[in-house]
Each structure stands twice: as structure tokens, then as C-alpha cells.
Design a protein around this ligand. Structure first.
Ligand code: ADP
Ligand code: MG
Length: 413
């Protein structure tokens, strides 16, 4: 154990009220949790607390209620999914974040080993403002604090930051795994390394791309983002999603890659439809001949083969962003093929596969290979650091995250 943050086993959980900062900001459709990945990740920490007769008191934001009580964003609706994943009954504690006395009573009344969920922390404006009084009220509900919400850890909010200083604190097991992987794994990846980057937009990932090209041996670009690069290279992209005003950025990134001897692998063919909808009729085009009325919604089979070839050459892949509009049939084909191939190579012991990003994880789950990757990070926009120092856009480095979890700072009054 090389990590310097305090871990769960260093915290006395026995008969304690354990405030567990979780990330319960899960997708919900028709009142049901549609992807329980983030909840699955919490199970080991919850079990550990329960095993010690502690009360696991879950604290999380959910959606964007903008500091107001809004039943649409009540965390009550995720309790069933938590019960389902943990196999443990889950009690919901309606929490008035202005006056937590009733919540405190409910917690005290619950038997040892209970799993409880407090109401959405963002029902109070103090959450996002990192308000010390709100943090004090939160702290009054627990004896110790465990942060297992890596995907929310980069935000300095009351439940992730101020609160961590008020109680003895530690990282939960999911958080610990994320921090250790950032420190040890992808920070020093085994070469050759290729990065696979896709998703909708270049603009949201410029920093990531610029950083990557100087670190990796090859950069595969797919998804809507590839359209911007194809356009910059002078290919017509029809009515595809493309950020034409980012053409210069794309050229600069390709130039930087060239100087750093990083191969850029762009799609050579594309699945094109006239409409952005599921099961729309499609045609396959080479990227030199895209239908001017068409939209590129997936990479084509020749591109898939080319990317597989690149994966064959690699020891490590780091992946963020789907290769196409994978939420809609049949535009998931490219992403699914790459995901399955990477999983196969990983299973064969030939590849270290690392993936990050909300939609990327959803795509891996859709392909049925989420657990077959070496390491998957649910952190939104988080991506493995490639030099052991620079954090991916939208994600703080382990060094910045860690102080929230160290004993020195967390014991301060
Ligand atoms: P992540 O959440 O893993 O970081 P992004 O949010 O950057 O990934 O991108 C995911 C989104 O990109 C998906 O909703 C997907 O439909 C979209 N996308 C990928 N390729 C295309 C494309 N060719 N045209 C339009 N949207 C695309
Ligand atoms: Mg996304």
C-alpha cells in the first residue's frame, strides 16, 4: 500500500455513524435506475461498514435541482437500486438541510448495521457553495466520513470538501482503487500505448488531446470528434456533427502529434444516415466520398479493422469517447466491435485496457465487456493521466484529491 491517503481499514467503523459520500447521480428512466454502475462500485464500502455494525449513511447529489427542494430529484428513487445491489434493506431519510434534527433522530433510531440514504445534498444552495454551516449540519449526522465518490471529488462542495475536514475521514474502496490506478497504473503505462478518443466534440477534449499526443504512440480518433479532423483535412462531412470552427485546433493537434511521433489514426470509412434516429437507413462511404446530405454516425468496418490492427500493436490502450452514436442501433456497431476486441486481447493477457467517461462506460456495458477491461473509471470526463502529473480535463490529479482523504487535514476542527 503506497498510497498516502487514509483507507477504510484505517478508520474505526465499529458502531459508528458513517457518513458515506457516494455518487448516486445515476441515470434514471421511468423512475428506475437504468445503469447501476456507480452503485455497484459502492457495494464493497457499504458491506465493510455494515460488517462492523456501523450505520452506512449515504450522502450524494442527484441532478441539478439548483439549491431547491424538487421531488423530481429526490434520492428516494434510487434506494431500491441500492437495496438491489447490496442485498441489504435501505432506508430513506427525508432530510431538511436547513434543520437536520429530524434526520438525526431517524439515524439514531435506526439499528446498527443499517443502510440509510439522506436526501439530495443539492436541495440546499450551500452544497455547491461549499458552505461551512451546511457542512457542520452534515457533520452532526455522523461520527466518521468516508468519501467513495471519485467522480465528484474534483468539486469543492460542502459534502465533498468542507465536510471532509470536520470528521475523521478516509477514502472508500472505490475511491482508493481510482486513486491507486491513477498513481500506479495508467500514470506509467506499458508502451506502446495508444489512446482511443471519440465522443461528440473536439472542443470539450482539446486539453486531453493536446496532452495525449505528446505521451502516446498512437491516437485513434473516432466518433463525432473525428468529423472535425476530417473536415480540417479537407474531407466533406456532409451534415455530420462537426465543429468547423475548431478546424485550426484540429490541425494544431495533428501537427503536434507529428512532431511527437504520435501516429494519428482517423476513420477511413463511415456509416452515414440521412436522419439522426435509430434504425435510420444507412450507407457506407469512404471518407473521400461522404454524401453531402448525410450524417456520419459511426465508423465503418475498414476503420474498425484498422483500429484492431493498432490495438494488436499496443501493450496499453486508454479509451475515452465512443466511436459513434452508440445509443442508437445500428450506430453502435463500431464501438461494440472495438470494445469486444479490446476485451478479447485483455482476456488473452496481451493488453492492458483502461477506459474512462460516463458514455464510454455505458458503451462498454452495452457491449457486455465492462468487466473485461483492466480498469474502468466512471469519473465523468476523467481520464488516466499519462505522465503521472497532469490531470485529465475535468478531473483533479490524485494529489489534489488526496488531501480530502488524509488524516492530517480531516481531523482539523
Ligand atoms: P464520455 O461521456 O465517455 O466522455 P462523450 O460525452 O464525449 O463521451 O461522447 C459521447 C457521445 O458522443 C454519445 O452520446 C454519442 O452518441 C456521441 N457521438 C459519438 N459519435 C457521434 C457521431 N458520429 N455523431 C453524433 N454523435 C456522436
Ligand atoms: Mg459524456
Amino acid at each position: 500500500m503506497t498510497a498516502t491517503f487514509k483507507t477504510l481499514d484505517e478508520l474505526d467503523l465499529t458502531n459508528k455513524r458513517v457518513l458515506l459520500r457516494a455518487d448516486l447521480n445515476v441515470p434514471v428512466a421511468d423512475g428506475k435506475v437504468s445503469d447501476a454502475t456507480r452503485i455497484e462500485r459502492l457495494v464493497p464500502t457499504i458491506r465493510e461498514i455494515v460488517k462492523h455494525d456501523g450505520k452506512a449513511i449515504l450522502l450524494s447529489h442527484f441532478g441539478r435541482p439548483k439549491g431547491k427542494v424538487d421531488p423530481e430529484f429526490s434520492l428516494e428513487q434510487v434506494c431500491a437500486a441500492i437495496a438491489n445491489e447490496t442485498g441489504h434493506p435501505v432506508g430513506f431519510v427525508a432530510t431538511d438541510w436547513n434543520d437536520v434534527s429530524a434526520a438525526k433522530q431517524a439515524i439514531d433510531d435506526a439499528p446498527a448495521g443499517s443502510v440509510l440514504v439522506l436526501e439530495n445534498t443539492r436541495f440546499h444552495p450551500g452544497e455547491e457553495a461549499n458552505n461551512p454551516e451546511l457542512a457542520q449540519r452534515m457533520a452532526s449526522l455522523g461520527d466518521v466520513y468516508v468519501n467513495d465518490a471519485f467522480s465528484a471529488a474534483h468539486r469543492a462542495h460542502a459534502s465533498t470538501e468542507a465536510l471532509a475536514h470536520l470528521l475523521p475521514a478516509a477514502a472508500g474502496t472505490a475511491m482508493q482503487a481510482e486513486l491507486e490506478a491513477l498513481e500506479a497504473g495508467p500514470g506509467k503505462p506499458k508502451k506502446p500505448v495508444i489512446a482511443i478518443v471519440g465522443g461528440a466534440k473536439v472542443s470539450s477534449k482539446i486539453d486531453l488531446l493536446e496532452n495525449l499526443v505528446t505521451k502516446v504512440d498512437g491516437l485513434v480518433i473516432g466518433g463525432g470528434m473525428a468529423n472535425t479532423f476530417l473536415h480540417a483535412r479537407g474531407h466533406g462531412v456532409g451534415k455530420s456533427l462537426a465543429e468547423k470552427d475548431s478546424a485550426e485546433t484540429a490541425l494544431r493537434i495533428m501537427d503536434k502529434a507529428d512532431k511527437a511521433s504520435c501516429a494519428i489514426i482517423l476513420p477511413i470509412d463511415a456509416v452515414v444516415a440521412r436522419h439522426f434516429k435509430a434504425d435510420a437507413p444507412t450507407r457506407l462511404y469512404g471518407v473521400d466520398a461522404i454524401d453531402p446530405d448525410g450524417m456520419i454516425l459511426d465508423i465503418g468496418p475498414s476503420s474498425v479493422e484498422r483500429i484492431k490492427g493498432a490495438i494488436d500493436e499496443a501493450h496499453t490502450i486508454v479509451w475515452n469517447g465512443p466511436m459513434g452514436a452508440f445509443e442508437m442501433n445500428p450506430f453502435d456497431a463500431g464501438t461494440v466491435a472495438i470494445a469486444k476486441y479490446a476485451a478479447e486481447r485483455t482476456h488473452a493477457g496481451k493488453l492492458i485496457s483502461v477506459a474512462g467517461g460516463g458514455d464510454t462506460v455505458a458503451a462498454l456495458a452495452h457491449a457486455g465487456v465492462k468487466d473485461a477491461f483492466t480498469y474502468v473509471s466512471t469519473a465523468g470526463g476523467a481520464f488516466p493521466r499519462m505522465d503521472g502529473r497532469q490531470a485529465p480535463a475535468g478531473c483533479r490529479s490524485a494529489e489534489e484529491v488526496r488531501p480530502d482523504c488524509t488524516s492530517e487535514r480531516s481531523h482539523q476542527p
